[in-house]
Design a protein around this ligand. Sequence first.
Ligand SMILES: Cc1cc2nc3c(=O)[nH]c(=O)nc-3n(C[C@H](O)[C@H](O)[C@H](O)COP(=O)(O)OP(=O)(O)OC[C@H]3O[C@@H](n4cnc5c(N)ncnc54)[C@H](O)[C@@H]3O)c2cc1C
Ligand SMILES: Cc1ncc(C[n+]2csc(CCOP(=O)(O)OP(=O)(O)O)c2C)c(N)n1
Length: 574
Amino acid sequence: MARRVADVLVDTLVAHGVERVYGVAGDSLNGITDSIRGRESMAWTAVRHEETAAFAAGAEAHLTGRLAVCVGSSGPGNLHLINGLYDCHRSRVPVLAIAAQIPSHELGTGYFQETRPEHLFAQCSHYCETVSQPDHMPRVLEIAIQTALARRGVSVLALPGDIALRDAVEPAAGSPFAQATPSLCPSDTELAALATLLDGAEKVTILGGAGCAGAHAELVQLASTLQAPIVHAMRGKEFIEYDNPFDVGMTGLIGFASGYHAMMNCDVLLMLGTDFPYRQFLPKDAKIVQVDVRGDQLGRRTRLDQGLVGDVRTTLRALLPRLTQHADDRHLRAALAHYQKARKGLDELAVGEPGKKPIHPQYVARVVNELAAPDAIFSCDVGTPTVWAARYLAMNGRRRLLGSFNHGSMANALPQAIGAQASHPGRQVVALCGDGGLAMLLGDLLTLRQHELPVKLVVFRNDALAFVELEMKAAGLLDFATGLRNPDFARMATAAGLLGLTAETPEQVGPMITRALAHDGPALVEVLVARQELSMPPTITLEQMTGFGLFMLRAVLSGRGDEIIDLAKVNLFR
Ligand SMILES: Cc1cc2nc3c(=O)[nH]c(=O)nc-3n(C[C@H](O)[C@H](O)[C@H](O)COP(=O)(O)OP(=O)(O)OC[C@H]3O[C@@H](n4cnc5c(N)ncnc54)[C@H](O)[C@@H]3O)c2cc1C
Ligand SMILES: Cc1ncc(C[n+]2csc(CCOP(=O)(O)OP(=O)(O)O)c2C)c(N)n1
């Protein structure tokens, strides 16, 4: 049988090492699904919502560094991809989305399901084009793939269903060239100026982010030379925190007090491969230097005294021989001591006394951390699960951590776990889910059974959009619109073919998570956790303090004194 355009598409993806596509079938996709049917080299990973497909592809791309693919049928099918694609694009992971389109001869007529993918996806992609005739393929596909890989982000290819089914004109693209991995180094003059600045400073603090991946040894050596504490940004956690005697935790609203103070008390802040977004947590008086592979990132979050374009590893390798060993370690020692204290404080919150309800969510996160495999892949929902992951999941260089950290979308943990498990069949994958987050894309619980993905879900059931309640309290508002009337998630999971368990008291948490982790298949452990658990920022500003007081006042005035007692019980007298 003659090769069709859809066959050229799938052959080209296979040649680029793509092993699966995530999506929901639809008639405009028939050419593609039919081409995948019967192939051993390409799997169709059916999900229940296209947003899940995009998140799953993003997780796979994050973990492998290679291209991952999701597809959506015309109109609503590909519109559903959009939030997940925003997440992939903002996380800068290489994802190709195939947006099937209505028949090409109907374009512009207001036809059934007609939309304009070129407009819709423009903001969440580096490349977004429509295949307008068979001989457009595979060239535009190759450009889309190359752009996603080279610029790290999303490419979208709109493909009308009729064109996918036409006879191919060109053969599939051959093997791709190796992915480029250039070393990018600032100039000698720039490095000399940086060395002079650092050598002249007494108190240097490093803020490292995801751009420090692959530069762990150089980073630790730099900190040792400068006697500098290292604060990590959230996406840098998995690459920086482990085996690192200089790490003093995270900063930011959900960070550690020690991370905050190490940054606020330095003379020079050296930002390496980070796009930490919260300006209030950056020092005002220190000199600030930033190193990033992308020049357009420099100075985006704060004024800089020096900005350098370079990759962290190459830059540090070139910088280190120019530096002298710093002798004064007072700043470092103070930051480390503060970190130990902050760590101890957080660990003291992560306790569970038998029979004592409600269960502290910190305790659940600690138990997950202790019981999970040394190479587990974690995902955490936006909301308080992100807080618990940041504070209680210990990374070790083999474990990985997925979240919707830059885009900040709820409901990411389950879909990301699907992508992680599909692409890493032998690895333990654990998703920390909010009850709000899980419910949002709940349909994809069914995907775990459908594809026999042994993902373990730990649901922090607090019957609320708790993170938003915290934000409301801090803003001096009474919480409203945040209560959740939840189902019995464990029974729902059981009905969906998962092992479903509910932990109601602290002593049940460990055994149930152990059972779930050992279970040969997907499992969900619902843990009834305290709703009013506070995750206070590392430093409380006057405004926040006032807000908190105001909340109490208003709560009492509105007759909700019981809520204050509840708050106090959980947080003050524990
Ligand atoms: C509910 C919630 C609360 C949060 N609270 C916090 C918080 O309190 N603290 C916190 O830190 N985060 C927090 N986050 C996450 C935050 O929004 C950002 O996602 C995070 O701070 C960014 O981390 P990053 O700088 O490591 O990664 P990115 O934003 O991905 O930045 C990485 C940077 O490195 C550059 N880069 C990539 N590779 C290289 C290389 N090889 N060499 C040089 N540069 C390179 C990139 O161009 C980019 O500029 C929160 C998220 C959520 C959802
Ligand atoms: C798609 C989306 N909708 C709304 C929000 C705003 N938001 C941020 S956190 C959060 C609450 C999350 O609730 P849940 O998943 O139950 O976790 P919890 O904080 O209660 O532990 C909400 C509504 C968001 N980030 N993303």
